[in-house]
Design a protein around this ligand. Structure first.
Ligand code: DGJ
Length: 340
């Protein structure tokens, strides 16, 4: 047998070579650059505004408003992107391409889509802020409803199911939160009550079942994270598309009591031009990083709206947003490194 004459060293080199072919070395984490254009795998700026992230296995899916310039103005769009490292995003699909599905009117609005996976029904359930003009109203944001759409696959074509006012309340900006025990919550801003509502979803996620807390603060762009035994809620003031100083509060239980809302950055910086949309917790063996995901809106050129994603300084009841910078996240270890 010829193999007997192959030295052990040569054999090891050959094995290492073969392993390298099937399992490339762990790549250095890629940089996230807040505020710049964020090209997808096609070289086009990511269209996932007011978005949220749903993780399936090792893959993160980023859903958000697709405001592409060449979209049909009669339709509303939600795009979905996939990534394993949170820096490189592959366009998957315009998962919603919807003409007015329920007589909302020509000015109808679809904002801030968020997708939940329901383990019992094996369905992906999308919530979105649906709005439009009630007859006779001065405001094109007077419908104040949520819409629900479903799909059997994470990045397939979602089917619009219905719209409603959660718990009978006006609902505008929405956010999503999955607690550590897997329970799913919709966050919504309800203006007449000056409230930031945390509400539990039904078993199949198709309904908003129970008010867990009405936080008595006029906060939109609401987002939550559970970190080291404390809940942190983040949101912005109600100033339309214009940036304002985003704030945070804490509580030991989702039901409250919640602390007063405090600044997340120097107030004169207006959150560096951004507005919160989600807090993403990346848990690894070396660190847990909470990413502040936010939108820098360009109301007259929505397709060009940018993103501020930054790792937060968080812990012990304090939360602080560092100035936008270039940074890396290693999703394998959970570590974030600010570069400059
Ligand atoms: C602020 C909200 O956060 C956005 O999603 C959008 O609804 C704008 N208001 C519209 O003015």
């Amino acid at each position: 047998m010829r193999l007997r004459h192959v030295s052990l060293g040569a054999l090891l080199v050959a094995v290492a070579y073969c392993l390298a072919l099937v399992a490339p070395a762990h790549a250095a984490p890629a940089s996230i650059v807040s505020g710049d254009l964020w090209p997808d795998d096609r070289g086009r700026h990511v269209q996932a505004h007011g978005g949220g992230i749903t993780k399936c296995g090792e893959t993160y899916y980023w859903f958000g408003e697709d405001r592409s310039k060449d979209n049909d103005p009669g339709k509303r769009y939600v795009a979905c992107y996939a990534s394993e490292d949170l820096a490189h995003w592959r366009f998957r699909n315009q998962v919603i391409r919807l003409a007015d599905p329920a007589g909302f009117g020509p000015e109808w609005i679809l904002e801030r889509p968020k997708v939940f996976f329901n383990a019992k029904t094996k369905q992906f359930v999308m919530y979105m802020h649906i709005d439009g003009r009630l007859p006779g109203s001065e405001s094109s944001y007077s419908l104040a409803r949520v819409g629900v759409a479903v799909c059997d696959t994470v990045d397939g074509d979602y089917r619009f199911v219905k719209s409603f006012r959660p718990l009978g309340m006006e609902s505008r900006d929405i956010g999503q939160f999955i607690d550590d025990d897997g329970s799913a919550y919709l966050i919504f801003e309800s203006r007449p009550t000056k409230g930031f509502v945390i509400a539990r979803l039904s078993d199949d996620y198709l309904d908003v079942e129970k008010e867990v807390c009405l936080v008595g603060a006029p906060i939109e762009g609401g987002a939550l994270v559970h970190y080291q035994g404390l809940y942190y809620a983040v949101g912005s003031a109600l100033t339309g598309w214009a940036p304002n100083p985003n704030k945070y509060a804490t509580a030991t239980s989702l039901a409250g009591p919640w602390s007063e809302f405090r600044d997340i950055a120097p107030p004169e910086k207006n959150t560096y031009g951004a507005q919160s949309t989600m807090l993403l917790k990346v848990v690894g063996p070396k660190a847990t990083t909470v990413i502040f995901m936010a939108d820098v809106w360009k109301p007259d050129a929505q397709w060009d709206s940018r993103y501020v994603w930054m790792p937060l300084e968080i812990g012990g009841g304090r939360l602080w947003l560092p100035p936008p910078a270039v940074w890396t996240i290693d999703v394998g270890t959970g570590e974030a490194v600010l570069k400059h």
